[in-house]
Design a protein around this ligand. Structure first.
Ligand code: SAH
Length: 396
């Protein structure tokens, strides 16, 4: 698979601050004081500082149109002076900054959230109060399949009881017939996690499907799904290109989510893929997704990736290539040590944190691996987050 690099030069120049009135209050767009070209340079320097010691850092792949890229929008709800407000939490706090539109978020999702907020008083429903544990609506999460157009609305409530549920749902669907599924998620715990464990499908099938790299994926409310689909295709193509898979290869897709990387890789190369993921909903999605895409050469396990690899190493398992795409905290010693033990020829590390990537690359480069390629991809324009794909190969 080949990756087309977007020319960073032809991109439209955004004005500084991008005119967002909430820029300072919200804190979500740390780099809005720079135009997009400056943001890319800033991220390039950040990558070189952390990763330059391992080898050449390729030019970051930016977006042509770096706005409204977020396919997942989440809003918190609160009662303030007898009124319900909705928006995002100010960074490192539970103070809500009221948001009605956002430069990063899908505009349709924003419209739905504003509508839900206005609908609440009509049904005498209020927002949940985190201190007293009383009240109804805690969060609304909207996910939109950019290529399928499917829309999922998750109403996160503090109680299971949903007064006038049918009527509420009717009003929502009448205003937005494009919504394909509505889920009620109950979260009555004292937690900063958005989603609780209990779920009721109120309308549709309870998930959305979307297409990435010509494969179709089912995504359930609690499964991880990359939030920038345009850049995700570039990210996955880069990762799969780096792995240079052969049909005879045995491949591990670690931290596999709904199986996206592994399924695209299995389909395009014919290699045998084993996926491992901690979230059981995501693993069910991955199994379903392999079947949906007629991929018979991929299997998925629900386990901690580190423990899974320790066992695999003890059993003398061999992989020719490993994809690893851990959360921001990076991988762990169990996993990294087992990589060294099982000695795959190629490791493709997809990371959303240069700090933990640097730490993990240090370990691997001291233990038999050499960094061959480093490709940053801008998955999160206007924020200070950087995604990188790194190819390592075993020293001969
Ligand atoms: N590769 C996937 C998911 C990447 S996000 C994609 O591109 O969509 C990281 C994933 O790691 C999440 O799905 C998360 O649930 C999972 N995860 C977090 N800790 C884990 C662990 N210790 N072992 C296995 N998976 C883990």
């Amino acid at each position: 698979m080949k990756t087309d690099k977007t020319k960073n030069t032809k991109r439209k120049k955004e004005g500084k601050g991008n005119g967002c009135p909430l820029y300072k209050k919200c804190g979500g767009c740390q780099l809005q004081n720079m135009n997009y070209e400056e943001q890319l340079s800033f991220k390039q320097v950040k990558c070189i500082k952390a990763l330059g010691k391992f080898g050449h850092v390729e030019e970051i792949i930016g977006m042509d149109n770096p706005v409204h890229y977020r396919n997942k929008v989440q809003a918190a709800f609160k009662n303030v002076n007898g009124k319900v407000i909705s928006g995002v939490y100010q960074s490192a706090s539970h103070r809500i900054v009221p948001v009605t539109e956002c430069l990063l978020e899908d505009e349709f999702a924003d419209e739905i959230i504003v509508f839900v907020r206005k609908l609440l008083p009509q049904f005498r429903l209020n927002a949940y109060n985190e201190d007293t544990g009383r009240g109804f609506l805690r969060h609304v999460l909207v996910r939109r399949g950019f290529s399928s157009g499917e829309v999922m609305v998750v109403l996160v409530t503090g109680t299971e009881l949903f007064p006038k549920k049918k009527e509420f749902l009717g009003a929502l669907l009448k205003a937005f017939p494009e919504i394909t599924t509505v889920v009620q998620n109950v979260n009555n715990s004292k937690t900063s996690m958005v989603l609780g464990k209990k779920e009721f499908v109120l309308y549709g099938n309870g998930y959305i499907e979307d297409t990435l790299c010509s494969c179709k994926f089912r995504i359930s409310p609690r499964s991880f799904y990359q939030i920038n689909p345009v850049q995700t295709e570039i990210l996955y193509k880069t990762a799969i290109d780096f792995a240079a898979l052969k049909k005879s290869d045995r491949v591990l897709d670690a931290y596999c989510g709904t199986g996206t990387i592994g399924i695209v890789a299995a389909k395009s190369s014919g290699a045998k893929v084993v996926g491992v993921e901690l979230n059981s909903d995501a693993v069910s999605d991955a199994v379903f997704n392999a079947r949906e895409n007629n991929v018979e050469n991929a299997e998925f396990y629900c386990a901690d990736a580190g423990r899974f690899m320790v066992e695999a190493a003890a059993q003398g398992e061999k992989f020719n290539a490993v994809f690893m795409d851990p959360p921001r905290a990076g991988s762990d010693l169990n996993f990294l040590k087992s990589i060294v033990k099982t000695a795959p020829e190629r490791v493709v590390y997809v990371s959303c944190s240069v700090e933990t990537l640097e730490r993990d690359l240090l370990f691997l480069s001291k233990n038999g691996y050499r960094v061959k390629k480093i490709q940053p991809v801008d998955m999160f324009p206007h924020t200070n987050h950087v995604e990188c794909v790194v190819l390592l190969s075993r020293k001969k």
